[in-house]
Design a protein around this ligand. Sequence first.
Ligand code: TPP
Ligand code: MG
Length: 551
Amino acid sequence: MKVKAANGLVRALKQEGVDWVSVYPTNHVNNAMGEEGMPMIMVGEERHAVALADATSRVTCGKRIGVCTVMSNLNAAGIQMAFGAIAQAWEDSSPVLIITEGVGQGASRHTHFDIAEALKPVTKWVGKIDRADLVPAYLRRAYTQLRTGRPGPVLLIVPRDLGEYDEDEHPYTPVKGWRSAPDPEDVKAAVKALLAAERPLIYAGEGVHYAQATAELVQFAEIAQVPVLTSLKAKSAIPESHPLSVGTRGSLANQRLIDSDLVFGIGTSLFPNRFSHAIPDADKKTIVQCNVDALDINRSYETHYAVIGDAKFTLQALIAEVEAQTGGGVARNNALVDALVAGRQAFWDQYRPWMESDEKPINPYRVFGDLQKVLDPKKSFVTADSGTTRDQTSTVYQAEIPRGYMGWGNVSTLGFSLPAAVAAKLAYPDRQCVNVTGDAGVGYMIGTFESVFRHKIGVTTIHIANGGYAGYGPGFWGPGHDPYTYQVSAYPDVSTAQMAGSVGWHGETVTEPSEVVPALERALAENVKGRPSLIEFVASQHPVHGGWVGR
Ligand SMILES: Cc1ncc(C[n+]2csc(CCOP(=O)(O)OP(=O)(O)O)c2C)c(N)n1
Ligand SMILES: [Mg+2]
């Protein structure tokens, strides 16, 4: 049976389990999706089409690969606008499929902007389909890249003049993806080093999430009696109330990292970027690194022991090896557990006063403390945007289930937290889904508010309205940073709650600390009805505490 190339592609996507695609016009593949009955979520701009697909892959840890379409032909405006979002997926190693049109046969002589060439540096693979009957072959190759090895974005260029092919002669077969197990000798050596260390620390990265290996991580920590630090992107890989969890940031995490004599990385690049810890005195520590990709080995630090393989297989092998080398596991280390209890206590003693503060304007930590009280820790999703809200929430928000909090952003583009919350709601309809953002962050998501309302996606956006673009570290106000470019209009002269309200959202402005909990409860109640909410908390320009070690 003959099928148009784009329609054949859409049918193959269905075989891959794709049940919706985030889209932006124009793209002939959108028309094929309409004809084939593929649900589409049409967002407000290309950046968010990519971000929504990207976040879908992240929140489901690759169980669902997000797919999006963006416009490009001789007029490549769509893909050019999408570049930043694709670059972010690349920087964060997120597997997302981006479908664009490109130029047809004979038209490349007119082009000024070479789409494939321009996107190569920010994609794992670019495929340009140049014959209709090769649609299945190209898609198989795309999914091989998306489901195997280090995750990353894939761009598929599907010109509109490909014509038709015979589906019976060229059927599509879905791609399962492949995982690799580590070399047993490497596992043995890594465990020997771990057991010989005096103050070892597990440094877990997002690879643990993607391998669906959070249970194995906990088991490994327990059997080896080693505390666990999570990178920003791995936050929630271990329940943060677990006695061996030291969290992501803050005094306990920082001190443990500084004091460690062995850092045991799992599923992490250990790349010291702006939003992760550097390993202080790395040359005096033993560095073990377990990763799916040798690219990260000996990259930022000399790797003394490397284990290459899928994080789940690796953790299973590590657990078995610890059992073998210790005769059933390391005995409970009471001294360690007591020290962690004391460290956690000191951490909360610092933050509790701000989290319970009655000051006005509202202290942002009060909002995060109250958010923690209102949400169901086993049935919620929280993410934060670029800026102060990420630094603050990633320090004090306590995640209890995998992806109960999602960190992101080796390179962090403002505005991503909204598509992240939307993706979470679509993937886990029963969860309360919240994104926390600042003034600049809201500005980067306004264009998609209408779409979230139109699609009846009940998420809550918390706007920490501090009247400034604070950013990272101690904030843009005060000495240093950007004293001339941080100040923006603030409530009551402008109101984002009213702005969101005008495109169908439930919008509220809160100025009283005692109103934080009731307002959050009202917002979540609206979400249950399928209506998004934005709560604008008029907040103080409170500094960030507890930075990244070595930054
Ligand atoms: C696309 C993009 N441009 C610039 C930045 C740099 N940046 C990071 S945070 C920030 C300001 C954040 O201000 P706001 O959203 O008000 O949050 P606050 O820190 O004040 O809570 C800027 C400009 C960025 N992360 N992404
Ligand atoms: Mg701000």
